[in-house]
Design a protein around this ligand. Sequence first.
Ligand code: HEM
Length: 116
Amino acid sequence: MQFLYNLILVLHFVGLASLLGGFIVQMKSADKGVNPAMWHGALTQLVTGVLLVGIAESGSLEDEPLDMTKISVKLLIVLVITVLAFIGRKKQPPQVPLWGIIGALTLVNVIIAVFW
Ligand code: HEM
């Protein structure tokens, strides 16, 4: 089970790379918006995050128990990101506010994951 958990954690990092990379790559563009990398990255974070919690809570790992307050805040933020990415993905760019809020919330989730 530890192997599966680690594998999903790797996918969690791939999702982060996609979401944040899709945001950063548009930094200098005039047509900022929600690109497929951001949309798919948001979905990947949601799915892999929930799977990680499911495995950890099944009691089959030797790790310390998860901080459920931290997880709940991350889940809430990713739900907002996913809704915004869903709204923005079909819209014609520029969608600067959507792009900016999604990028900022992604960074907030990284900071929560590392510092909390
Ligand atoms: C944009 C969304 C997200 C970002 C950027 C993100 C980022 C991260 C990062 C950087 C780590 C590694 C940190 C470490 O292991 O110390 C991590 C681990 C983890 N994340 Fe996320 N995450 C996101 C969404 C979620 C969601 C929605 C959930 C659960 C519902 C979740 C659950 C977890 C779990 C269980 C771990 C394993 C390590 C731990 O926190 O103890 N993540 N995440």
